[in-house]
Write a protein that binds this ligand. Sequence first.
Ligand SMILES: Nc1nc2c(ncn2[C@@H]2O[C@H](COP(=O)(O)OP(=O)(O)OP(=O)(O)O)[C@@H](O)[C@H]2O)c(=O)[nH]1
Length: 335
Amino acid sequence: MNRTMAFVARKSFPYEKPSTWFPGHMHKTLKKLQSLSSKTDILVEVRDARIPLTSRNFAVESILRNKNRIIVYNKCDLAVPCEKSLSTFRDEMAHLQQSFQCMQDWCQQSQRVTFKTVDASAYVSSIPLYAKKLLKRIRNMSVHGLTSNERVHVYFVGMPNTGKSSILNSLRHVSLRRSKAAITGNHPGVTKHFSEVVRLLDDAEVFMLDTPGIMTPSIAAPEDMLKLSLVGCVKEGLIDSVTLVDYLLFRINLVDPSIYSKWSLPTNDVDEFLENVAQKTGKLSKGGGYNDSTVAAYILQTYRSGKLGRFLLDPTDKPSVELRLQRELIKSQKK
Ligand SMILES: Nc1nc2c(ncn2[C@@H]2O[C@H](COP(=O)(O)OP(=O)(O)OP(=O)(O)O)[C@@H](O)[C@H]2O)c(=O)[nH]1
């Protein structure tokens, strides 16, 4: 039997560090979001489609629950390989939404709080069709809540680097043909303050605001930090890059080890993997050594640009989702 056929992937990845990343500007943002009171405001919550559960910020759930909310699963181009799987993804997200709804119904009965309609959609910020659909949703929601000259503010909220500013820019471009209003960047924490108010519609008083990305003050499970770091929601360097590549290797092996066949035979050994990648990409020194951080950074960059498999890092089956929501509930009650 050859090595590829005999390969057995690891079943678990032990990781116990319960750290989070919650600098001062996130704390301020959380407080400011808490003070928003207008009934007509709309919150567009941007999540990363690769981690639909982990990029759900349970710390802001209590803030968002009385608001008109649209959930956007952005970066679908990095999470699902083709249009066919996009429709499966949409079904999975609809199912997820039902689970969230069940939890909300439970909270509603036990804690006497109310939730407004939540609308969820898949998104890719560079595709105008998605922007047009989102624009239509926002228009319907705003016009519904408007009286004469009342203003509607649309806030873009979510974890760092999920694409909030990019979505704001794409909407503005599609609606008004205007150029970028928000600064974007390929690392987390680019937006540090609430942005200026910018117009979204020219025939109604609907305006948009970008807000800084916020993480949760504590995390529901230690593995969350690995996932958030892998997709780039967390500051670079917080988790060692070789550990991240090891986790990525673990996750790819569960999906399909042939994803990295151009570099290496299937392996569970991160050192062997790094060495093979270094060799195949010309990163070995004359003496045969390699810099593991440089090779790890290259692998992470390849994954983040969608060139190393497109798959979800969160399980979306019913028992996993329920377990996840229970954990979140316990965490948010402990605060
Ligand atoms: N592949 C892909 N990349 C995207 C998408 N949307 C945004 N990006 C990229 O993701 C990175 C982060 O985008 P931003 O719009 O700055 O994200 P943000 O949520 O405003 O970031 P913070 O300021 O950290 O809160 C940028 O490099 C964007 O080009 C998408 O749909 N697909």
